[in-house]
Design a protein around this ligand. Sequence first.
Ligand SMILES: [Zn+2]
Length: 327
Amino acid sequence: MSRSVSRVPTPGRGADLVVVSVSAPPERSPASRGPVVVVTANLHGDECTGTGAILRLIPILEAQLLSGTVHLYPSLNPDGLERRVRRFPEDDQDLNRLFPGDANGAPGERLAHAAWTDLTARRPDLVVDLHADSPDALPYALLDRAVSLRGDARTKVEADSARLAVATGLTVVREYPDDRYLRFRLDRSLSGAVLNRLSVPTVTIEAGPRLVLDADAVDVTVRAVLGMLSALGMVAPASPPAVTPIPGGPWRRESGPRAAANGVLVPRVGVGVLLPKGAVVAEVRALAGLLLQEVVAESPGFVLAPAERAYVVAGVPICTWAMADGG
Ligand SMILES: [Zn+2]
């Protein structure tokens, strides 16, 4: 097994990016180079589940990779990891809206450019980006929208991405519909840029809370990645995560119903429970106990990720919701 470590110098004051590459032994993949997969983590510096998963994946792949190469980026935001913040500390930008970056831009744009240049030079067949959602969120595989592609080109890369997302064993959720996908600049997320600029399949995995390595979330993420590598024939079939995908779908991400009052947010249902429109999802209560609002579902679906807050103000969504995707 060949394993190598490279470093990507980053512009500005920040730490270099580390890349660990594991390749299958040549005798086990004689015909071709085999698939090339890139796994990235910790683009949001406070979301460290993926970092923990990559630390676990390195020895597993060294022992078990049958074909191809996996390039693992344990942190795309090492300064954010160190400082426990989501954004890029030097200029407080969300790196996941800056791809493909700009060599002459602000510090965050230069970091995105350095990461993008290194990643694309590796000519991946699949890019997996590892994130974390709120503490009680359902672990899920998130699919971008190939809004810049047309016809068969769009259909193919979205179908290839969906097939690999199913191989994670997790509930699969598509991003917001095209108009909001563009308005929220999700085509400039790392996965969005990979799908839209490279026409390469991409899957984002969201698992676990922020700021700590949760053992279950790390395990779910490791198994989800191995499921995709197995689907590509790169590892032997792996046991799926100990979670059950929500039946039905295809699902898409949606903003949850909003609080209409300020108060304590009291959940009434857990994540992943299928609810009809009008079902009570949560309550807003005053500190003295008075019920101020029953927050109800605006469509059939389920809570994907409760808001990471115990107090809401009017207008704030109380969760991320999943609903059937019409198109
Ligand atoms: Zn994130």
